[in-house]
Design a binder for this molecule. Sequence first.
Ligand code: ADP
Ligand code: MG
Length: 322
Amino acid sequence: SLLADKIAAGEVVERPASIVKELVENAIDAFASVIRVEADEGGISLVRVMDDGLGIVREDRETAFERHATSKIQSDRDLFRIRSLGFRGEALPSIASVSELQMTTTAAGEDGETLLYRDGILMERKPAAPRRGTDISVQKLFHRTPARLKHLKSVLTEAGHISDVINRMALAHPEIRFDLYHNGKKQFSSPGDGRLLNVMRHVYGPRTAAAMKEFHAQNADFEIRGCAALPEHARAGRSYMTVIMNGRFVKSPIVTRAILDGYQSLLPIGRYPIICIHITLNPSLIDVNVHPSKLEVRLSKEPELSTFIKEEIRKLWSEARL
Ligand code: ADP
Ligand code: MG
C-alpha cells in the first residue's frame, strides 16, 4: 500500500545520500560497469543514477515499484550468501512514494521506456530511445512532507554524505567505474580498472596513494586484501579506515582494532591510518544477529580474524622498515 511505502520510506530514505546508496546498489546488482551519479543542491533538488547494466524487462517494470515484490532472502544471514546487495525489495517503492521519480530503462532486445511516478503513483509510461541500462532521476524529495525536508542539513553536508557513499562504493568495487557530479561539476571519478590502489589514489590523492602498501593473505577461513598508508600519513579520524566484507561496506570495531594493533606503536597518538581492507569469508561464519541497515556484523571466529589481520598488518610495516 502507499501508506506502507511511506512508512518504509522513513527508514530507507533518510536523506539524499540514502537514495544514492540504494540506486547505486541496484546498478551494481544489475552488473553495471559504469555508474554515473548526478546530484544538485546536495541531492535535495535532484539525484540521478545512470548505469549500463541489464535494465529491467518490460513486464517487471511496474513490479519493481511494488513493495516486497522482489524480496530475495529469508534471513539476514542469507544477505552475505548471495551476491546481490538488494534484498528487501523496498527501495524503489519507498523512494517513489516521497518524490517525483522518472525511470528510463532498456533491457537487451527491447525498446527503451520511461516510467513516471509521482508520490508513488504511476502517472505515465512512454517509449524512449533505447540506451543500455537504467537511468533514474529523483526530484521533489519530501515535497509532501515539509517536516522531513526541514530535517535535511545544508547543501554542503548533504553533498558530503553523497561523496562518502560514492567513495565507499568505489572502494568496495574497483572493477566498476564511478563518476560523481555535483551541480554539474565533476566531484569524483574512479577508473574501474579493478585495482583498489587506483581507487585509493582518486579518493585520497596521489601523494597518499604513493605512500601505500598493498597486501594480500589467505588462510582456511579468510582472505584479506587491501591497501594501507604509511603510518606518517595517519589522519585525525577513524573514518579513513574502510572495511569491506564480502563486497559490502561494514562497520566492524573488531577489524579496526586489529588494524590499529597491527600498526603497533607506529601511529602518533590520536591518529588513525588510511586503509581499505577487503575481507572475504564463508558466510556461515557471519552471525545471524547482523543488522544490515546498521552495517554492523558479528562473526563466529572473531579472535581468529583479528589475529590474522593484526599479523598481516604488522608484517607489512616490519618489511617496509628494513
Ligand atoms: P531490491 O534491490 O531489494 O530487490 P529495489 O526496490 O531496490 O529492491 O529494486 C526492485 C527491483 O527493481 C530490483 O530487484 C531489480 O530487479 C529492479 N531494479 C532496480 N534498479 C535497477 C537497475 N538499475 N537495473 C536493473 N534492475 C533494477
Ligand atoms: Mg535495491
